[in-house]
Structures are given as C-alpha cells and as structure tokens.
Design a binder for this molecule. Structure first.
Ligand code: HPA
Length: 276
C-alpha cells in the first residue's frame, strides 16, 4: 500500500509532464465512455497528451478507447477530456482507476462530467435513451478510497450526500428540454463485468432500485466526490436488461447504439458546459 507521500509524488510526476505539454488550465473534466470518443468534435483543441507519456498513468487496453487527454475550449470553457478510461475488469486496481481523477483535480478541474454506456433496467427506458445519473450503487468488490487517506484531498469517511450535483441534474433537464431531447433520470449501479448480467441478476438489480447497469463510473465518481469535485453523469442506454424479455447482446450492438446516440449526448453535454 502506498504512503500518502508516495501518492503525492506520483501525482506531482504526472502533473509536471502534463504541464510541460499544455498551458491551458482546465476547469471541467469530461470522461468519455464506450463509443463516445467523438464527443470531442466540438472542442477547440489546445493540446493532447497520450496516456502512455504520463508517469504512473494506467494505459487503456480496450480497443474502443483511444487513451489520451485532450485539452481545449468547449463553448468557451476550458476543459480536459479523458478519451479512454480504465475499467476494473481490465485488471486495474481501484486506486489506479482513481489516479487520473486525482490528476484532473490537480490540473484545476472542479467539475467532472462522466459518461458511460449502460444496460437499461427501468422498463420505461429504450435503447438509445440518455439518462442523467441522480445516484449510484457501488456493487464493485471494493472502493478506491481504501488505503491511507490524504487529508489534504478529502475526508477519511466522506458522506455521500448529493454525490451527483442536484443543480447540474436540473441543468441537464433544462438543456434537454431546450434541445427537444427525451432525458431519462435514474440510479446507476456499477459492477465489475466483463460478463453482462443474467436475467436473475437484472431482476435483482432492478429490485435494489437501479435504473441502469454498467461496468464503470462508480470508482471514478467516488474518487471525485472525495476530493469535492462537482459531478454530472450520463448513461447512454445501449441495451435493455429486462429479465422477462431477454435477447442476445453483442459488443457491436452496445457500441453501435452508443455511437448512434452520441450526437444527442454531445449536444447535451455542450449545452450544459455552456451554462456551468
Ligand atoms: N450490463 C452491464 N454493462 C453494460 C450493459 C449491460 O447490460 N450494457 C452496456 N454496458
């Protein structure tokens, strides 16, 4: 287990290299999930840093993820995008998954926008829908905050009050209305994957109060909340996990649906960023 000093040194190493490459100080961080990489189209680019050039940064192993930090302005606001993220099922520890979130904060990020592809559990949802995340359930077998706590970053026992900023949830609804977009709202449950769920598991997760299920987001959000970042999260519903109406689901289906819905999410995120 790392000491607080070791963690600080790792962060300082990463920041030094990034600041060497880019002058822009981002205020908003955006994590692009599966199939959402081209959300960056609307960004006026100021710099790119590949993950593999950043000390201690994990390197993405999933082909649908590019693996770089993109800096620039989105609707006039300085942002950094993580194009490619890290999943527990790839073999990373929760601390490794959280490291980039620490890096974003150290670069100046105050607001984190997360996106993911998720299976729909709420029968009122349909594939292609976008859901603003109002809360989550951590079904991962662990927590990124396990280990020594750096009190300069956040509390040892963070409370989980309003993890997903309520004003931002309302902002997303307002922007969606303006854009004539049907926006769902719900609870995201995160678990390890890489299997999708059995019918019995979908039923259980729905009974537990979840509206969508996926394999990411929760570790990053816990890390971001610990360090007092404001959080706005979106899921693209790529497939439905309805226990009494199961269909085969392939990665191609998931990525295809995510890509088709991407322009909607891109405009929604840009609209939110503009008004943040
Ligand atoms: N389950 C878990 N993760 C997912 C799913 C799902 O049905 N769809 C997209 N990511």
């Amino acid at each position: 287990m790392n000491t607080v000093e070791e963690n600080r040194k790792m962060l300082a190493d990463a920041i030094a290299v990034i600041k060497d490459h880019v002058a822009l100080e981002p205020r908003i961080g955006i994590i692009l999930g599966t199939g959402l990489g081209s959300l960056v189209d609307g960004i006026e680019m100021a710099g790119v840093v590949d993950y593999d050039s950043i000390p201690h940064f994990p390197v993405s192993t999933v082909e649908s993820h590019a693996g770089r930090l993109l800096f620039g302005k989105l609707r006039g606001k300085p942002v950094v995008c993580m194009q490619g993220r890290f999943h527990y099922y790839e073999g990373y520890s929760f601390q490794q998954i959280g490291f980039p979130i620490r890096v974003l904060k150290a670069l100046g990020v105050q607001t984190l926008i997360v996106s993911n592809a998720a299976g729909g559990l709420n029968p009122n949802f349909a594939p292609g829908d976008i859901m603003v995340i109002k809360d989550h359930i951590n079904f991962f077998p662990g927590n990124p905050l396990i280990g020594r706590n750096d009190d300069s970053l956040g509390d040892r026992f963070p409370d989980m009050y309003e993890v997903y900023n309520r004003k931002y949830v309302q902002l997303a609804k307002d922007v969606a209305l303006q854009q004539d977009l049907r926006l769902q709202e719900g609870v995201y449950v995160g678990l390890t994957g890489p299997c999708l769920e059995t019918a019995a598991e979908y039923r259980m997760l729905r009974t537990f109060g979840a509206d969508a299920v996926g394999m990411s987001t929760v570790p990053e959000v816990i890390t971001a909340h610990h360090q007092h970042s404001k959080i706005l999260g979106f899921s693209i519903i790529t497939d439905m996990g309805l226990p009494d109406n199961m269909h085969p689901c392939s990665l191609e289906d998931v990525i295809g649906t995510a890509s088709a819905a991407e322009p909607k999410l891109r405009d929604l995120i840009a609209g939110c960023v503009e008004r943040m």
